[in-house]
Design a binder for this molecule. Structure first.
Ligand SMILES: [Zn+2]
Length: 253
């Protein structure tokens, strides 16, 4: 699918300010959603970077989506209704009244994912007044992830982080993106030292410092399913003790 997306607003035409700043945080969430979506789709990034003028920058994004023949457009925002709010308000998605069933299903899926993360599901809202809905030539949705002034919403956001919210959006748009698999994806380290028993830790530290790489206990490394290109294992030989471990370590560096 050809997907066009952007985060709402930009530093020169900024959005809402609450306990967190909309322009800063919706950008992080959007970039996460993009990272997942572009694995399986053609992605058109409609973020204008630094551009003055609320309607100018809004139209720039809309025109880019239109000119590139995207099939779906989405923008990521944070909501705000009050100066301050003690509690939870939640997530909502805005669609045009003539949105296709397919788009409603995607919006419902995103909201369900956000609900799973603990956000109140405020459901789909309809408007024909919003530029991103009435000036885009393709199916479009405006995702209001949560309210930036609501204490409980921001608490949930800080707990999960922008990447999980972005993944919730990406999966709702394209269910080829599997939430569980992506959550389990770990970065592969270049090099790590693993020590087998606690008595091998000192020798491991010595080797790790020489190699300028991290060190951890072998069993922890394995239970976390971490991966590394080069693994240096210290200890674990039968009959070894902290002195033979150190001697082996000295031979390694
Ligand atoms: Zn906004």
């Amino acid at each position: 699918m050809k997907i066009a997306g952007r985060s709402g607003h930009n530093p020169l035409a900024s959005g809402a300010d609450g306990l967190v700043n909309e322009t800063t945080e919706d950008r992080k969430i959007f970039l996460s959603s993009k990272k997942y979506l572009e694995k399986y789709n053609t992605f058109i990034d409609c973020y204008p970077n630094n551009m003055v003028g609320i309607s100018t920058e809004l139209m720039w994004g809309i025109n880019k989506a239109n000119n590139n023949g995207a099939e779906l457009f989405y923008s990521v925002h944070l909501n705000k209704a009050y100066t301050s709010y003690n509690g939870a308000i939640g997530a909502e998605i805005w669609l045009h009244p003539i949105a296709k069933q397919e788009t409603k299903s995607r919006a419902t899926a995103i909201l369900k994912n956000l609900q799973t993360l603990g956000f109140i599901n405020r459901g789909i809202k309809y408007s024909s007044e919003l530029a991103e809905l009435n000036s885009t030539t393709m199916e479009a949705m405006i995702i209001e992830c949560f309210f930036c002034e609501a204490t409980k919403d921001v608490e949930l956001y800080n707990k999960h982080g922008s990447d999980k919210i972005g993944l919730a959006i990406a999966n709702g748009i394209d269910n080829k993106i599997n939430i569980e698999n992506e959550n389990n994806e770990v970065d592969i380290m270049k090099k790590i030292v693993l020590y087998v028993g606690d008595m091998d830790a000192m020798a491991g530290l010595y080797v790790a410092q020489k190699n300028q790489c991290p060190m951890m206990k072998k069993s922890d490394f394995e239970s976390n399913k971490f991966k590394a290109e080069t693994i240096i294992t210290i200890g674990g030989k039968s009959g070894s003790n902290r002195y033979t471990s150190l001697k082996d370590a000295a031979a390694l560096v």
